[in-house]
Design a protein around this ligand. Structure first.
Ligand code: PRP
Length: 215
């Protein structure tokens, strides 16, 4: 690596996705030992050999860092990309973090989805919910934003249904709720800043090609 090469910066969503992403990078020979220390509160890590920087951010903030160029590359769930609507190139489906965005609720709520009724929809993803009900189904609904444990919505009477991620389905099962409609499949994606894609085309294309080879 030449001395004057600039760092390529990666924004990773904290948690499960970051761990999987680092495992993937290891397979193409990019390691970052200090990032594996679970007790560390450090937020940014450097790989001097390859001139790379990695930082951990809240998932929904990853597309923001990438749009503004504070990170060249981001790894984030498709759910977050759909919800945040940031400008960036989506270059790779990494194939992990597979799950589905669904409309869920008690079985009795299925009828409410058939007749364009004015219903209440609770979700951590108000933009995805809005797009689905207003544009795809042409159903006017009242959308209530929640920040987690969204399954509570129909149970405590806040909403008729929810729009949420379903992975194994056990959260729904344990709370007496069903998948009523499927909105779209989800998985982890790699995104690239639009300017970086041009300025660092060679390095980024090589990285994408290396990852593609092992997927
Ligand atoms: C997610 C999602 C569901 C659950 C789905 O929540 O919102 O609640 O996982 O997984 P399952 O189908 O395998 O049960 P998360 O654990 O991220 O927490 P949250 O409720 O605070 O969003």
């Amino acid at each position: 690596m030449s001395e004057d090469m600039r760092y390529l910066t990666f924004a990773l969503g904290k948690g499960r996705l970051a761990k999987k992403t680092l495992e993937l990078f290891e397979q193409i020979g990019i390691t970052c030992e200090e990032m594996k220390d679970k007790d560390s509160r450090k937020l940014i890590f450097v790989n001097e050999e390859h001139k790379l920087k990695f930082f951990l951010a809240k998932g929904p903030d990853v597309p923001t860092y990438v749009e503004y160029g504070a990170a060249d590359i981001g790894v984030v769930g498709k759910d977050t990309l759909l919800e945040e609507q940031r400008r960036a190139y989506e270059v790779l489906d990494l194939g992990f973090g597979k799950c589905r965005m669904c409309v869920c609720g008690p079985a009795s709520a299925k009828e409410l989805l058939k007749h364009h009724e004015m219903i209440r929809v609770a979700s951590k993803y108000p933009n995805i919910a809005k797009d689905y009900f207003y544009n795809k189904k042409q159903q006017t609904v009242d959308i209530i934003k929640l920040n987690g444990s969204v399954e509570l919505g129909p149970i405590v009477g806040l909403s008729d249904v929810i729009v949420d991620i379903v992975e194994t389905g056990s959260t729904l099962r344990e709370n007496g709720l069903d998948v009523l409609e499927e909105i779209c499949p989800l998985s982890a994606r790699m995104i690239v800043n639009q300017v970086s894609m041009k300025m660092e085309a060679e390095r980024i294309k090589k990285l994408i090609a290396d990852i593609k080879e092992i997927l």
